[in-house]
Design a protein around this ligand. Structure first.
Ligand SMILES: CC(C)(COP(=O)(O)OP(=O)(O)OC[C@H]1O[C@@H](n2cnc3c(N)ncnc32)[C@H](O)[C@@H]1OP(=O)(O)O)[C@@H](O)C(=O)NCCC(=O)NCCS
Length: 222
């Protein structure tokens, strides 16, 4: 199998969504939704809303084996096309909700509210000179071979080129946050969200930051 990195193209969407399903069990978010695939697609669409950096690992048959999506606030953000795509994503989600594909509507509303509340409080920590890492996966069979570092380095270099001072992300206990610590990220906040309660009591979510360009920003600027 020959692997290469490439930018995002909508033809990769199905494979990107499948990789989410292989990585995390998202059924816990909306356990009564009849088709888990819808939750995975909802998650993918939400996480990639507004992104302007995407690097994918693909094979010769077009299957996706990993990716990093992020938002570089200082880089161009897509204009009308991106706004239409965002509106399309919202309409898609609304359609699934009305069709009952997210499970009982009342419960779906309560869950989505609680999730958006948590995300909103984390978004409030973002600064204009941040680059926000929104979705990052390397297929389990490829982990430990340097792909993650390569995707992260490319993102960091692009963010620094646009004058961003900091890479910023939030993660939870179900993710490989040890990787971020190995890469030099500093844990700047711990959260204890009922939404993440199944990962145990005490802090179950973390916010991490890393200077985009070590030489310019320095650790003290994080
Ligand atoms: C996080 C992830 C993308 C890392 O990808 P990867 O290709 O395995 O990472 P790399 O092989 O480039 O690892 C780079 C270094 O980090 C180290 N590392 C990785 N996970 C680590 C951990 N949990 N603790 C300490 N070091 C770790 C590697 O050993 C390697 O060290 P080295 O430079 O000394 O060799 C991958 O583990 C993954 O997809 N996890 C599941 C999804 C996830 O949790 N994503 C994070 C989003 S919130």
């Amino acid at each position: 199998m020959e692997l290469r990195t490439t930018g995002y193209d909508p033809r990769y969407k199905g494979s990107c969504v499948s990789l989410i399903g292989e990585t995390w069990d998202l059924r816990r978010i909306l356990p009564e939704a009849p088709k888990p695939r819808i939750i995975e697609e909802l998650f993918f669409r939400e996480a990639t809303l507004d992104v302007n950096h995407a690097q994918l690992i693909v094979d010769e048959a077009g299957e996706v084996h990993g990716y990093l999506f992020g938002i570089i606030w200082r880089a161009p953000r897509g204009g009308v096309g991106a706004a239409l795509r965002s509106a399309g994503a919202v309409l898609w989600a609304l359609g699934r909700f009305l069709a009952g594909e997210l499970g009982p509507r009342k419960r779906a509303v309560a869950t989505i509210r609680s999730l958006l509340g948590m995300l909103g409080s984390l978004d409030a920590l973002r600064r204009d000179d941040d680059a926000y890492l929104s979705l990052f996966i390397v297929r389990s069979s490829l982990r430990g071979q340097g792909w993650g570092r390569r995707l992260l380095d490319a993102y960091r270099a692009e963010a620094a080129a646009y004058g961003c001072k900091r890479l910023y992300l939030w993660t939870d206990k179900s993710c490989n946050y040890g990787f971020y610590e190995r890469m030099g990220f500093e844990r700047i906040k711990e959260i204890e969200s009922p939404f993440l309660a199944e990962y145990g009591s005490g802090p179950n979510g973390f916010v991490y930051a890393l200077p985009a360009d070590e030489g310019v920003a320095g650790a003290a600027a994080v």
